[in-house]
Write a protein that binds this ligand. Structure first.
Ligand code: SF4
Length: 281
């Protein structure tokens, strides 16, 4: 059971180091989808909560009113929506904070970029195609059913996401199908380029082994398939094996992209680097 709290915040436009905008907006705190790999699980704010990640959502109910004022003060160049929450998660149907925020951004002609894995975003196509939505990174992943169940059981099905991406592309929206995290022996990438032929490119972000919850991910995969879990665990401890595995993945993606004549980007985390929030190079 997800606990819903209505809260007030002091500001809604927060400066960011993520190179997709100068400010981020997160209309909610928490997320009903509760993905095991979510990097927000281990951030300072989430760690202080008494309830586990995925069991609460705070509704920042004054966010739209604040946004009107803050746009005039801060004059954002580009805003990133959904860096620490899912803006289009089920609570959005009732509270519609994201909808109001999109209306305000459009009215003030502020460009924005969206991170999502929710097909509900399709409901907002009339708002999104008013010139100010510059890009939508839509996470696909395409794990088989048993791994989806192990890693992101509460998120929307991959089929529904693929349909939503196609609907957005058909509406002329700038969507990047986004595989994140790519997990070796788990992520199915063979259809990555044939599924979305009209997408400008496909992006891949490899699993970040420096996340605090990586061991939970490996444990969950091991319970589903011991041999695959063992291989992934080896990557955690052996640098050579780590590099070789990702080299093989690089080659496979390159081969498929070249066969389909499609562009792509991929982000590979260094073996022992601390987590840096610098995706989307
Ligand atoms: S949908 Fe995004 S914010 Fe929500 S749990 Fe998954 S990764 Fe985290």
């Amino acid at each position: 059971m997800v606990e819903i709290n209505e809260v007030s915040v002091n500001r809604v436009l927060n400066p960011t180091a993520i190179n997709l905008g100068d400010y981020v907006i997160n209309p909610y705190v928490g997320c009903e989808f509760s993905c095991l790999y979510c990097y927000v699980r281990s951030n300072k704010v989430a760690s202080k909560r008494k309830r586990p990640w995925g069991t609460y959502v705070d509704i920042r109910k004054n966010a739209p009113d604040l946004l009107e004022k803050e746009i005039c003060e801060k004059k954002p160049k580009t805003v990133l929506l959904g860096s620490t929450t899912e803006c289009f998660q089920p609570v959005e149907k009732k509270f519609q904070l994201t909808k109001r925020i999109l209306e305000i951004l459009n009215n003030h002609e502020v460009p924005y970029i969206i991170l999502t894995r929710s097909p509900y975003v399709v409901e907002y196509i009339p708002l999104l195609n008013q010139r100010f939505c510059k890009r939508i990174y839509f996470t696909v992943n395409n794990y088989s059913d048993i791994f989806k169940q192990a890693i992101e059981p509460k998120s929307p099905s991959f089929v529904s996401r693929n349909i939503a991406i196609q609907a957005l592309l058909d509406a002329g929206m700038p969507v990047i199908p986004y595989y994140s995290p790519v997990i070796p022996w788990v992520t199915e990438i063979k259809d990555a380029f044939s599924l979305f032929t009209t997408a400008e490119r496909v992006d891949f972000e490899y699993l970040n082994f420096n996340l605090k919850n990586t061991q939970d991910i490996i444990k969950s995969i091991s319970l589903t398939d011991r041999a695959r879990g063992k291989n992934i665990s080896r990557m955690f401890y052996e640098k050579n094996y780590y590099e070789q595995t990702w080299d093989t993945m690089d080659e496979e993606i390159e081969r498929q992209a070249s066969r389909a004549n499609k562009r792509y980007k991929r982000y590979r985390h260094p073996f022992d680097a601390f987590f840096k929030n610098t995706y989307f190079d």
